[in-house]
Ligand binder design. Structure first.
Ligand code: MEV
Length: 335
């Protein structure tokens, strides 16, 4: 039996635009998905609990391709099972054991579909645990690539490498098309606001794709997000956290123009700005879920707690480990 964990992430800059080849800078945060894989004779059984922070808890037990044995009718659960299915397929392929059976257990601190990269973290941790259970140790690069293929398949070809690369490597990363690298970042005082909801990543990506092909100014907006990311990288390398915050504000405005913000995300963004945050923006696909602000004082978190629509706020530390095994060996097993 092997347990691996992988972190979620926030986007400092560049979500959505990264799907069209613009750069993006996501940062891994210390909210983890833990996946345990154990060989069984055949097939796949999946158990999950706590797939969200404070909201509902999903109890799922059964074949990942069968009917979930749960009383929450939620397409998010189905989607999560799709990621596990594909991740196990990737592990079987990597170990050249197409018929290997698994019992998989998922526990996660990361709310589902809320912009913190829950699906990427589950995919990365599941491939890592299942391949190790089969006696195979993948390089981090191969693990990130296989996790990307999981997202690509489940999201109908609409995924960038950003979430899965970030969850595998940890820290701040920069992704532009196939070019994925670890990035330098100063200490960033992240505060996250969560509205208790979720967005449908596939649908939101499709909506931006349609806008971008229908309107030149939407295509220009996607390009302008790329310009913000390039300026943001410069600010990060100079350790200019105020400028990073200012650019996050711009980035939120452009995401809002592309239609992926929501009333509650906007309310939380404005509450953070009014409380003195250096910057605030939605993170991830949008439509609901989480926003991220930069504030080293307690003011933003306190303001968010009184913001209608905000279910919970919390401070998040940058996670520098990326994927790791949970058997006491730390992350040193990866090459
Ligand atoms: C979702 O976390 C981020 C998006 O840019 C989609 C992707 O990069 O695959 C919206």
């Amino acid at each position: 039996m092997v347990t691996s964990s992988a972190p979620g992430k926030v986007y400092l800059f560049g979500e959505h635009a990264v799907v069209y080849g613009e750069p993006a800078v996501p940062c891994a945060v210390e909210q983890r998905a833990r996946v345990t894989a154990e060989r069984q004779a055949a097939g796949l059984s999946v158990h999950t609990a706590d797939l969200t922070l404070d909201g509902f808890t999903v109890e799922y037990s059964g074949d990942a391709t069968g009917q979930p044995d749960i009383d929450v009718s939620d397409s998010l659960v189905e989607a999560a099972m799709g990621y596990v299915n594909e991740a196990v397929e990737q592990a079987r392929d990597a170990a050249d054991t197409p018929a290997a059976g698994f019992e998989v257990t998922i526990e996660s601190d990361i709310p589902l579909g809320a912009g913190l990269g829950s699906s990427a973290a589950v995919a990365v941790a599941a491939i890592d645990a299942a391949t190790r259970e089969l006696g195979v140790e993948l390089s981090r690069e191969e693990l990130a690539d296989r996790a990307y293929r999981v997202e690509h398949t489940v999201q109908d070809g609409q995924a960038s490498r950003a979430d899965t690369f970030c969850s595998t490597m940890g820290g701040a990363v920069r992704v532009e098309g196939e070019d994925c690298r670890v990035a330098e970042a100063p200490e960033l005082p992240f505060v996250i606001g969560y509205d208790g909801g979720a967005g449908d990543t596939g649908a939101l990506v499709s909506e931006v794709r349609d806008l971008r092909s229908s309107y030149d100014f939407a295509a220009d907006t996607v390009g302008a997000i790329g310009d913000i990311v390039r300026r943001g990288e410069q600010a990060l390398s100079e350790g200019d956290v105020s400028e990073v915050g200012r650019l996050m504000n711009f980035n939120h405005g452009l995401l809002s123009a592309l239609g992926v913000s929501s009333r509650s995300l906007d309310a939380m963004v404005w509450a953070a700005r009014d409380a003195g945050a250096l910057g605030a923006k939605l993170t991830g696909a949008g439509g609901g879920g989480c926003m991220v602000a930069l504030d080293e004082t307690p003011e933003t978190a306190a303001a968010l707690d009184y913001t209608p629509g905000c279910e919970r706020s919390f401070r998040a530390e940058l996670d520098t480990d990326g994927v790791r095994t949970e058997d006491g060996k730390g992350s040193g097993g990866h090459t």
